[in-house]
Design a protein around this ligand. Sequence first.
Ligand code: 8YV
Length: 322
Amino acid sequence: MSDKPRILVTRKLPDAVEARLQRDYQPMLNPDDRLYSTDEIIEMAANADAILPCHTEKFPAEVIARLPENVRAIANFSVGHDHVDLDAAKAKGIIVTNTPDVLSDATAEIAILCMLGAARRAYEGERMIRAQQWKDWSPTFMLGAQTTGKRFGVVGMGRVGQVAAKRARGFDMEVHYYNRSRLSADLECGATYHETVEDLLPHCDVLSIHCPATPQTTGLLNRERIALLPDGAIVVNTGRGGVVDDEALIEALTSGKVFAAGLDVFNGEPDHIHPKYRELDNVFLLPHLGSATVETRNGMGFRALDNLDAIFAGREPGDRIA
Ligand code: 8YV
């Protein structure tokens, strides 16, 4: 019998990642990519030394409590970790890791796509052509908002926020940000720091959300804060849906207070997002594609495996979060 560690892999991962798993571990793979129930995960975990989940599998305290003692680690295939109760894991002695850095470029690309898609009315244009409704052109046809030279405001200037800001500078945008702590000058790259979200918002022609979902950031973009944005601002969210109060954003999109929004993440995703988003023309919607490139998904898998390699070699994993 092999003495290689047994890894419960909850979702179908890229081929190169699964090949490395097969080489170095005894993986329980999910070739059909079926979404497992919590009960199934608990049951399969009886034969696992570690679990390699995605954000689609939830580990609140009550699930962590039910995990068998043989589970030594949860090596996430994600940078976000709002799906895992870190305190509960720590209390139970389960090591938790994530996959930072490797998805910053891909997610920042999607932020810029969301910004431009929203600002330049990409959804309306796409739909018009596909529906054979493009009949005319005129100087006042489908005018959008120009972003070049405008102000790009970032909430959450972590790794992804910093790359998004760098890309926005490519559009000559002036970068403003709020972060729990101010960055050093070399990371700030001339961006203007605001000590509170309230201070930042009036400076955002484009507001791009990159902070993690925490109890403190839940519903952060609410009615009162939206009122602080300049009229006609653009809202971009590639972080987590929970940071946005959907009713408030939809109200602002309907009134025109917010010109348009580009959203890659949602409350209730994938199939219980606010239905009104589907009806609005001034939203550019993507199904959580932030990290969805071959390079990045391989990078995330390899990073999760690097963490597992360290754990099972008795070393400290590079991306330990609990
Ligand atoms: C991933 C993400 O696709 O890593 C994250 O936090 O939001 C996504 O880009 C997903 O979480 C994978 O589990």
